[in-house]
Design a protein. Structure first.
Length: 348
C-alpha cells in the first residue's frame, strides 16, 4: 500500500490517497475524504488495465454540493419522505434537499466528511479501513454512531466493502457506496451497450418524487426486466413514465433471495470486462447517471455526460424506516451492524 497527499479542502485540511494493488491486476485509489473509491484499475481482455470508476482530479471538485462520486453514503442512503421520522414519540427532522424529502442525508452526509484511516495491510488481499464518528444530533439523526468501512482488493479480484457500525441510541442506518462504473474504461463513452443482468423479480413502486408507495411491482414485461442479460440502453426509450421523468434508470430492485448472494452482473462486450455484484442486503439502486451538474468534470478534465456510467448501490429499500413491511430495522444500542458488498471482476 502507498499513501500520499491528494490535495487540500477549502478549510485547509489535507486529503490523503491510499493506493492498494493485488496480484491479480487490480489497483485502487481510496480517499479519506468521503471514504471514496477514487480510481479502480481493472484488466480488460487484452490484459491492459483501465480505470472503471468516475472521479475527479482535485479535492475541491469532490467538495461540491451533491457530489457523490465513489463515496460512502450515510447515515441514510437514498430518500426519506418529508425529511423526517419518529423514534420513541419524538420527531427528528433532516435537511430537505430534494423537494420536501431528504436525499443521501443532505449536506451532513458522510460523503463530505474527512474519515480516519485506522488500519491497513498488504499481501494477497491488501486493505485499508476508514473510521468515522457521527455525534448525537448529527444532521438531525439521534445517537452517537461509530462507523468503520474496509476496502479490500481480494485474491479473487474483487473490491470488497465491509461495513461495521454501532450506536448508543436507536437510529436509522442505511450505508452504501456510490461508485459510478464505466466498464469500457473510457468515460467519454456511454454505458448503454454494457450488458446488465439483475437478479430481481421486482422493483419498489414509487411516486413522482421517487418515494416508495409500499408496493412491489413485478419487472416481467417492463423495461426493468434484467433477469436475462440485455444492453442497458435497449429499453431506455420505452414509454415508461419513470424512465422518461428520470431520463434513464433510477430504481430500487428487490433482490431475489437473502443472505450473501449474487445481485447483478455487468459486462462490456468490447473490452470483455465483467463485474459481478455480491451482497447480503435486500435491495440495489440501479442508476444510469442520468445527468450531472453543468461544468462537472471527470479525471483529466473531461466533462461528465449523461449515461457515462452506472451505479449499483446495494442498500435497504428507500424510505424503509417509514415502511414496516420492508426488510429493515433501525440500528439499536448493543447491536453491531455488519454488511458486506463485493464487486468481483474478470474477463469473458
Amino acid at each position: 500500500m502507498k499513501t500520499e497527499e491528494f490535495g487540500r479542502l477549502s478549510d485547509g485540511r489535507t486529503v490523503r490517497k491510499y493506493t492498494l494493488e493485488n496480484g491479480g491486476g487490480l489497483r485502487g485509489d481510496f480517499l479519506d475524504y468521503g471514504c471514496r473509491v477514487a480510481r479502480l484499475f481493472v484488466p480488460g481482455r487484452d490484459g491492459a488495465r483501465a480505470n472503471v470508476v468516475l472521479g475527479h482530479d482535485s479535492a475541491a471538485e469532490y467538495e461540491r454540493p451533491g457530489d457523490f462520486l465513489g463515496a460512502v453514503i450515510g447515515r441514510c442512503a437514498n430518500r426519506i419522505a418529508g425529511g423526517e421520522f419518529r423514534i420513541g414519540g419524538r420527531t427528528h427532522r433532516l435537511e430537505q434537499n430534494e423537494g420536501n424529502n431528504s436525499l443521501h442525508s443532505g449536506a451532513a452526509g458522510f460523503q463530505h466528511r474527512l474519515w480516519r484511516a485506522v488500519s491497513s495491510g498488504g499481501g494477497d488481499a491488501p486493505f485499508v479501513t476508514f473510521a468515522l464518528e457521527s455525534p448525537d444530533g448529527d444532521g438531525g439523526f439521534p445517537g452517537n454512531l461509530k462507523v468503520e468501512v474496509t476496502y479490500t482488493l481480494t485474491a479473487d479480484n474483487a473490491l470488497r466493502i465491509d461495513y461495521r457500525a454501532e450506536t448508543d441510541a436507536e437510529t436509522p442506518l442505511n450505508l452504501t457506496n456510490h461508485s459510478y462504473f464505466n466498464l469500457t474504461g473510457h468515460p467519454e463513452r456511454n454505458i448503454l451497450g454494457v450488458e446488465a443482468r439483475i437478479f430481481a423479480d421486482g422493483i419498489t413502486e414509487t411516486d413522482a418524487a421517487l418515494i416508495p408507495t409500499g408496493r412491489i411491482l413485478p419487472v416481467s414485461g417492463t423495461p426493468y426486466d434484467f433477469r436475462a442479460p440485455k444492453p442497458i440502453g435497449r429499453d431506455l426509450s420505452a414509454p415508461d413514465p419513470l424512465l422518461r421523468a428520470c431520463g434513464g434508470y433510477d430504481a430500487n430492485f428487490v433482490l431475489n433471495g437473502s443472505g450473501p448472494r449474487m445481485a447483478a452482473e455487468f459486462r462490456d462486450p468490447a473490452e470483455g470486462r465483467r463485474m459481478r455484484v455480491f451482497t447480503d442486503l435486500p435491495g440495489m439502486q440501479f442508476y444510469t447517471a442520468n445527468g450531472f451538474a453543468a461544468g462537472t468534470a471527470g479525471i483529466g478534465g473531461a466533462p461528465l455526460l449523461a449515461h457515462s456510467a452506472f451505479c449499483a448501490e446495494t442498500q435497504y429499500f428507500p424510505d424503509a424506516l417509514h415502511h414496516p413491511e420492508f426488510p429493515y430495522r433501525n440500528l439499536a444500542p448493543g447491536v453491531r451492524y455488519r454488511s458486506t458488498t463485493s464487486y468481483r471482476f474478470d474477463v469473458s
